[in-house]
Design a protein around this ligand. Structure first.
Ligand code: ATP
Ligand code: MG
Length: 340
């Protein structure tokens, strides 16, 4: 890899799905990559506007997201964390890409359908969809902004959860289209770095999400009592033993995945450990594992909440470093398309 980029929306407090899926990977990439590999982790505030938001809540979520990334171990000396909206090149490149992306590609994306709770089988946006759902242009086209986030920096690798695979494929398709259209290899085709998907605690068919209105997640700042209560109430099934079967026992499989990932052990090891446990014993052990893992992170969250000046400084420094790359690439893109 040469440049690794991955974003997080400041929609709410990040949860254990974000942590196990991407944040912990972002942290370990700081150790496992050569110093010459650039690591960029933008807080994508423009994406958070695709669903109506209270301005104060957005501001607060942005700061909290930065605090949590730092508390989880993102090192600002190695990784650039910054606010997407501080670098206008994101929106400028998004516009260029909007002009070469067929509407039909966006119609096929599943996320806007999921977010406005439409039937997944809808393939195109006809008049009925347009008027009944209140679908906004921003929610429909945000995968193009996401492509711009990635391509602006010529990212070579993108660590993502499974829910973002379709968007990364779209990004590659857009990059190919651009390169062909202008007969130049401007954009490398970004590869994904994939990770586990953590599902909702109450509905194992849905992924754990920051913006899900029902409280189906464990936030990284949840107190031990809240964690215990959420795990206790989490969906299980009528079998008494612990076995891993994502098809027939999706809820238990999800809990086992969390248990194993939190301790960086394999699912098999977790199963062996709990071969004699009933569900209550297993849930108690899971609760302990989550509380222990999150405890040092939460101490750091508490500390950083009193260091807001420092956190703002980190974001500013990150944006300054990212904008050097962005400006250089934007200049090249403008020339290629004839604006300069
Ligand atoms: P929102 O509901 O607001 O979209 P989110 O929880 O989906 O929030 P994002 O900020 O959209 O979080 O995504 C940040 C990163 O976390 C993405 O790479 C995404 O794939 C990953 N991610 C999100 N949810 C999960 C999950 N449940 N398990 C693993 N990875 C996840
Ligand atoms: Mg999301």
């Amino acid at each position: 890899p040469e440049l690794i980029l991955s974003g997080i929306q400041p929609t709410n407090i990040p949860h254990i799905g974000n942590f196990l899926g991407v944040i912990s990977k972002w942290v370990s990439l700081q150790r496992t990559t050569h110093d010459s590999v650039k690591l960029l982790y933008p807080i994508v505030d423009l994406h958070a506007l695709t669903i109506p938001r209270d301005p104060e809540h957005l501001k607060k979520s942005k700061l909290e997201t930065a605090i949590i990334l730092l508390a989880c171990g993102i090192d600002p000396a190695r990784s650039f964390i910054f606010e997407q909206s501080k670098i206008p090149a994101h929106t400028e490149v998004a516009w260029f890409l909007n002009c070469i992306t067929p509407m039909s590609w966006l119609s096929r994306m599943t996320q806007w359908k999921a977010k406005i709770k439409l039937n997944k089988n809808i393939q195109s946006i006809d008049d009925e969809v347009l008027s009944s759902s209140g679908l906004c242009l921003g929610l429909f086209s945000y995968p193009v902004l996401q492509a711009a986030d990635i391509l602006l920096y010529k990212a070579t690798h993108v660590p993502i959860g499974e829910d973002q695979v379709q968007h990364l494929e779209l990004t590659r398709d857009i990059a190919v289209t651009f390169n062909k259209m202008f007969h130049q290899n401007v954009f490398p085709l970004p590869l994904s770095i994939m990770s586990d998907r953590i599902m909702s605690l109450y509905d194992p068919s849905k992924k754990m999400s920051k913006s899900d209105p029902s409280n189906t997640r464990i936030n990284l700042d949840d107190s031990p009592a809240i964690i215990a209560e959420k795990i206790k109430k989490s969906t299980s099934d009528s079998l008494k033993c612990i076995t891993y079967d994502p098809i027939t026992r999706p809820a238990i499989a999800n809990l086992i995945t969390i248990y194993a990932a939190m301790q960086e052990i394999t699912v098999d090891q977790a199963i062996v450990e709990h071969s004699k446990s009933d569900i209550k014993t297993f849930k108690d052990a899971l609760t302990q594992v989550i509380i222990e893992k999150l405890s040092p992170i939460q101490e750091e969250i508490q500390r950083l909440r009193f260091e807001q000046g420092y956190v703002q400084q980190v974001l500013k420094g990150g944006a300054e470093k990212a904008s050097i790359i962005a400006e250089k690439n934007l200049d090249e893109i403008r020339k290629v398309i004839g604006l300069k």
